[in-house]
Design a protein around this ligand. Structure first.
Ligand code: APR
Length: 323
């Protein structure tokens, strides 16, 4: 049976674990530094298995944060590892504010990946996403095909929902495309968005589409704000968790789905040496192929703005961490 590990048993990690087990994608190991909590979450989910009717096993692993990390030996044999550990965004906090804290957390975890699961495919979820992907890529030294980030599946799902809401139609027929970094400068692409193959630009007026693009780019912040009075909640978690599980599923089942993925670019879209969200086929080797879309002048300008934004954040991170 396939094995997927999820590091971070918080809100996003839990949503990913639940989806992977319920869809029978793999047996799942879930890790966290909070003593016993991942075991509790695993047990609770296993107790839901007879009700839902799934047979995949979920195992919780508590990692001693002051220890030597040997608990991570349970990563062995993982085909895919999803990293969600880190601090979620709080109201008023930008994704980049999270950089320092989360770079330390992700950096520490990838050392254990190299030790215990050196052949795995890694999906980074921790924000700021594009920068955390870079931290993982630089520290792991793995081929780029095996180090990717989850952003576009979530961002395009948000866009798809807003379109379905606008048209009062089924979400099942909406296919949306979002490129670029996972932040306010992401690039929703209505020209590559369809409802059952019909370009959305033929179905929705330009000004309404612009409003949808804007709402998509700020989709994470909208939820952070709606959660502001619930002290236990930070940022969105259902859609991000499920989005990362869907990517893992495409890899484990070698489905080769074409999913917007944060990939390390080596010349694609005129960009080298950094992560950007681009459509990619995900299969058993991880990122099997990056697809280059033809962009018009205004789309190119928006994409370049996103590249500049991520470039700046990566530069800051590299100076900060000395890598
Ligand atoms: N090893 C393992 N787990 C860790 C570590 C570590 N070194 N450091 C922190 N964690 C755990 C925390 O104990 C917590 O349970 O990561 C979990 C994070 O969960 P939440 O605080 O609930 O955050 P969540 O909403 O799941 O978001 C996680 O995903 O979408 C992004 O912006 C979001 O970066 C954030 C991440």
């Amino acid at each position: 049976m396939s094995k997927v590990s999820v590091i971070g048993a918080g809100y996003v990690g839990e949503a990913a674990v639940k989806h992977l087990a319920q869809r029978e994608v793999a047996d799942v190991f879930v890790f966290d530094i909070v003593e016993d909590m991942p075991k509790g979450k695993a047990l609770d989910l296993m107790e839901s298995a007879p009700i839902v009717g799934y047979d995949r096993r979920i195992t919780g692993v508590s990692v001693n944060k002051d220890g030597d990390g040997s608990e991570y030996a349970a990563l062995e044999g993982s085909e895919v590892v999803i990293v969600t550990s880190g601090m979620p965004r709080k109201p008023g906090m930008s994704r980049d504010d999270l950089l320092k804290i989360n770079a330390g957390i992700v950096g520490g975890i990838v050392e254990n990946l190299n030790k215990y699961a050196p052949d795995a495919k890694l999906i980074v979820v921790t924000n700021p996403l594009d920068v955390m992907c870079m931290v993982a890529y630089l520290k792991l030294g793995w081929p780029r095909e095996r180090v990717m980030g989850m952003a576009g599946v979530l961002d395009s799902a948000r866009m798809a929902w807003f379109i379905a809401e606008e048209l009062n139609c089924s979400v099942q027929d909406v296919r949306a495309m979002v490129l670029g970094g996972h932040g306010d400068t992401m690039v929703p692409l209505p020209r590559y968005t369809t409802v059952s193959g019909v370009p959305v630009t033929d179905l929705i007026a330009k000004d309404r589409l612009e409003a949808i693009n804007e709402r998509t780019a700020k989709g994470g912040g909208e939820i952070v704000n709606l959660f502001r009075n619930a002290s236990a909640l930070g940022s969105a978690y259902h859609a991000p968790g499920i989005a990362s599980a869907i990517m893992a599923e495409s890899i484990v089942r070698d489905q080769r789905r074409l999913l917007p993925t944060a990939c390390y670019l080596e010349g694609e879209y005129g960009v080298s040496g950094m992560y950007q969200g681009v459509p990619a086929f995900l299969g058993k080797n991880g990122v099997e192929k990056i697809v280059e879309l033809g962009l018009d002048e205004s789309e190119k300008a928006l994409f370049n703005r996103s590249v500049e934004h991520v470039e700046k954040a990566v530069k800051e991170m590299r100076e900060l961490l000395g890598i």
